[in-house]
Design a protein around this ligand. Structure first.
Ligand SMILES: [Cu+2]
Length: 99
């Protein structure tokens, strides 16, 4: 239940941010790809602040929900991504390159 409450409050926060900024994309986190590990569905991202997770900027490894995300991504690419907390695991559920 705690997870659901958190999810709902995150959704409300995202909706609020989208309303005030006029774009849903603003809710995504920014980062730069450091390493791609397709075999293990993992990606290392040097990311900016992630407000939804209360996380300061850092470089860390994320699990990705779909290995196909990693097809068009390589180290050095700038990306925008969404990440959800699943227990102690952080999973990237959306990932797109930024020009
Ligand atoms: Cu982090």
């Amino acid at each position: 239940m705690k997870r659901l409450t958190k999810l709902i409050s995150a959704a409300i926060m995202a909706a609020g941010a989208a309303a005030s900024m006029g774009a849903l994309a603003q809710a995504m986190a920014d980062g730069e790809v450091r390493k791609v590990d397709k075999d293990n569905k993992k990606i290392t991202i040097k990311h900016g602040e992630i407000k939804s997770l209360d996380m300061p900027p850092m470089t860390m490894v994320f699990q990705v929900s779909d290995a196909a995300f990693l097809d068009k991504i390589k180290p050095g690419d700038k990306v925008q991504f969404n990440v959800v907390k699943d227990g102690s695991k952080l999973t990237v559920t959306e990932l797109k390159p930024v020009k």
